[in-house]
Design a protein around this ligand. Structure first.
Ligand SMILES: [Zn+2]
Length: 251
């Protein structure tokens, strides 16, 4: 049930989703991996939308070089843990939701536990090693992975639904080389917004998800294109060979 205060807070979106939709958002739990360039807009917009429980995972502290894009953090937060800084801002924005701040680096050993009972994982990471780990967790748990990545003025996003779409390893069998890549804050802002939109649609069961489609954004040309993506039967994570090694999903 929504409180009177919540009915007031969400009035303009209840016009769109109804109280039932708003209650669904309230009951949902979403895990955001990374509280940086992508994680900031995703967390901000899911928080104001009223997603009831948001788990944020990030091991880093705020650095001055983050501030051109990581809009959850302020100059005064330099040296603070990113998840603590993020939690403070999000609770200020919306005191009616729960923020679980987890100061940890995702690895193969802890990922499933950190994700917990989340209804979906938002990939706001900056490295493919951890992305592949989350991809496996999403496959194991049978929950969606909302992928987003950026470089400079380019960005991409897709929604991975286990059993229905290719997984991250099908689409990107090899990781690009690690580097300190250039980025302008507007790019993760835009891609994060796409990811957050996907999360809201998924939770409400409405609209057409970015499933089996990879959205590519070129900010220089102000051009969005999309390519169809397909499952790879030989995929190391979700293919027939990978399956035998996987535990059965819990949900
Ligand atoms: Zn796959």
């Amino acid at each position: 049930m929504l409180s009177e205060r919540e009915r007031e807070r969400y009035r303009r979106q209840i016009l769109l989703f109804g109280e039932e939709g708003q209650e669904r958002l309230k009951e949902a739990e979403i895990c955001i991996a990374g509280a940086g360039g992508l994680g900031s807009p995703v967390a901000l917009w899911l928080a104001v939308a009223g997603v009831g429980t948001i788990t944020l995972i990030d091991p880093d502290t705020v650095d001055r070089t983050n501030l051109n894009r990581q809009v959850l953090h302020r100059d005064r937060d330099i040296g603070e843990k990113k998840v603590a800084s993020a939690q403070e801002k999000l609770e200020e924005l919306n005191p009616d939701i729960t923020i679980r701040a987890i100061d940890a680096r995702i690895d193969a050993g802890n990922a499933a536990k950190l994700v917990g009972r989340a209804d979906g994982i938002v990939d706001c990471l900056d490295n493919y090693a951890a992305r592949y780990i989350l991809n496996r967790v999403a496959l194991e748990k049978g929950i969606p992975l909302f992928h987003g990545a950026i470089r400079g003025m380019y960005g991409q996003a897709t929604t991975i639904i286990p059993g229905k779409t290719p997984c991250l390893s099908c689409i990107f069998p090899r990781a690009p080389p690690e580097e300190e890549f250039p980025v302008v804050g507007v790019t993760p802002g835009l891609i994060g917004m796409v990811q957050a939109t996907e999360v809201v649609k998924f939770l409400l069961g409405t609209g057409e998800l970015l499933a089996n489609r990879l959205l590519l954004w070129d900010g220089m040309l102000a051009q969005a294109t999309e390519i169809c993506v397909e499952r790879d039967p030989a995929c190391r994570a979700c293919g027939d060979r990978g399956k035998g090694k996987r535990r059965r999903g819990g949900r």
